[in-house]
Design a protein around this ligand. Structure first.
Ligand code: SF4
Length: 570
């Protein structure tokens, strides 16, 4: 029987609760939205005692469906001031499912200002003193926790950035090799867990039972067909295992939407140097690996492991978004510098997208030259050391940009845009502007839809709405978007997936019921944001994008406030 684990950090009480009936068919992002609406004042201080940090898996968590161990975390975001769900791969999501825990809710603040770790195993959950772990970066922390509790544990942790309350801070989840490299990165949620005095969650599934199915035979049969379709698909069976998401660099550059020099162009003559193809060439001479999986059972394997020139491990996984924001966006064409940047961000516990955007506005302000990798790593070091300017950088691109007097700040609702300039892919512009998540590509990315012209506004509001519902559904199921995005576009595969849902939950499933999960999730999120004070006037892109022509495409943003108001009308 699934349960909710509630941690009252003020009294150190650890309580198991029954799952309310109305929560039974909610998971991941949808469950987070419901709990936040039920329990949190949307006007609260994000790092104050009234906010809550929720950690949970999705509805399909722990099942045999591959790539279904995304771990969702959520709360009111210190970065956007609105609702935020961020999710990560790695090992912890599946473990939470195996432990039959539907959600962990952290509330209040420790009265004694002491740090704890939450240790959960099959028989119990307890808060343990974390004094010896405080001040550790995520890599050292992961090694120490594995030494103390065994190398089979799942770990969710905050780095020093989360301890310090930086608004760009993450929660890091360990991968199958124990490295803390999978990040629930966006929205600064690491600082919310940090505000609760929690340094890490440690999960041990020894002896845990497998999840239940309404009709296991049906589930297994449909699952087999769906996996075969995923493996046969050119994106999930070809590009991702061979090049990882880095394979998108050349594609997005070709489209003219690759953020370049603080979003001042969308095509870069050095993009080839940071492409997926270049990365694969490096892997072949140095070791490292493409086709790596971040969680057991993944059949797509979009992750990679990066080595330096001497063949030593540096980081995993170097993703397109990091390459775009810490590469072309700041004029850096060295994959080695970007890999170092990624390693430092994972260890310190900060979002690579937000940090790349922050360095972009620093370069725009003349704090350093575009393309100066050494200077970029030095600024990152300032953040790590906590200098006065480093503390400003840790508040993200919008705060830093305003502090430096920069006019061109690429943020929506306080959050840096991801690796697609919306003037060159207008559908994602609608998503950035209207998603309750702020500027977030994972909220609904309409890339590669052949029926809608990416440079024109016609059809984009409808397309973005469709993709936002799709992603809110994925994020509520706990299934990696990599496995669903391309394959579910084919009716036969959607049919297999509906059978999977029926095998797990019983009853008949049709597309309306499946994607109704996403509609309900977004409606709850919008209700929370309304309570927090957001209005239609906040659903807009950075002002420079409405007037400044993107040289690569010759386009500007031409959506009106009325256009944006038509998106996600739930
Ligand atoms: S496809 Fe990539 S992100 Fe998704 S589960 Fe597999 S390795 Fe992880």
């Amino acid at each position: 029987m699934q349960k909710i684990l509630r941690i009252k950090t003020n009294t150190k009480a650890v309580l198991f609760e029954e799952v309310k009936t109305e929560y039974a068919m909610l998971g991941g992002r949808g469950l987070i939205a419901k709990i936040l609406n039920d329990e949190v004042d949307p006007k609260c201080d994000p790092t104050g005692p009234e906010n809550k940090l929720i950690v949970c898996g999705g509805l399909l968590n722990g099942t045999m469906l591959p790539c279904t161990g995304r771990l969702s975390v959520g709360g009111k975001s210190p970065l956007t001031g609105g609702i935020k769900e961020a999710n990560a791969g790695g090992t912890a999501g599946q473990m939470l499912g195996k432990l039959d825990i539907k959600a962990i809710i952290f509330e209040n603040k420790p009265a004694d200002n002491k740090w704890s770790i939450l240790k959960i195993d099959q028989d119990k959950a307890e808060l343990l003193p974390a004094d010896k772990y405080v001040g550790m970066g995520n890599y050292a922390l992961s090694a120490e926790l594995r030494k103390d509790f065994g190398d089979k544990i799942g770990i969710v942790s905050v780095g020093v950035a989360g301890e310090r309350g930086y608004r760009n801070s993450t929660l890091q989840v360990n991968d199958m090799e124990g490295n803390p490299v999978r990040a629930a990165a966006r929205g600064g949620l690491g600082s919310v867990l940090g505000s609760k005095g929690i340094k890490a969650i440690v999960l041990d599934v020894t002896g845990a039972a497998n999840v239940e199915y309404a009709d296991k035979e049906k589930f297994v049969a449909a699952n087999k067909k769906f996996i075969a379709a995923v493996k046969a698909h050119p994106v999930t069976g070809g590009m991702f295992p061979n090049l990882g998401t880095a394979g998108l660099v050349n594609m997005i550059n070709g489209l003219g939407a690759l953020p370049t020099n603080n979003f001042s162009d969308g095509r870069w003559d050095k993009a080839e140097n940071i492409s997926g193809e270049k990365l694969a060439e490096m892997q072949s001479t140095r070791g490292g690996k493409n086709g790596h999986r971040c969680m057991p059972g993944c059949v797509v394997c979009c992750s990679n492991v990066i080595h330096d020139e001497k063949g030593n491990y540096v980081t995993s996984s170097l993703e397109f978004e990091t390459i775009a924001l810490a590469g072309s966006n700041i004029g850096i064409d060295s994959l080695d510098v970007i890999a170092k940047f990624d390693r430092l961000c994972d260890d310190f516990g900060i979002d690579t997208i937000e940090t790349g955007g922050t360095l972009g506005v620093c370069m725009e302000a003349g704090k350093m030259q575009f393309g100066d990798g050494e200077a970029a790593l030095k600024l990152l070091q300032e953040m790590i050391e906590g200098t006065d300017f480093g503390n400003i950088l840790g508040q993200g691109a919008e705060v830093t940009g305003k502090y430096l007097g920069v006019k061109r700040i690429p943020t929506v609702k306080g959050q840096t845009l991801a690796g697609y300039d919306p003037r060159g892919l207008k559908g994602i512009g609608v998503t950035y502007a209207t998603s309750p998540m702020g500027g977030d590509h994972t909220a609904g990315n309409p890339l590669g839809v052949p029926t809608v012209d990416p440079y024109k506004k016609e059809g984009q509001v409808e397309l973005s709405t469709q993709m936002q519902v799709f992603m809110a559904t994925c994020d509520s199921l706990g299934t990696c978007m990599m496995i669903l995005n391309a394959p579910l576009g084919e009716p036969e595969n959607l049919g297999y997936f509906l059978e999977i849902m029926s095998g797990k939950f019983d009853g008949e499933w049709d597309p309306d019921k499946l994607f109704g999960i996403g509609v309900q999730t977004i409606a709850l999120e919008k209700a929370f944001n309304k309570g927090a004070g957001f209005t239609a006037k906040d659903d807009k892109l950075p002002s420079f994008m409405y007037t400044e022509v993107l040289p690569s495409t010759g386009t500007v943003i031409d959506f009106t406030e009325e256009d944006m108001a038509m998106a996600i009308p739930f």
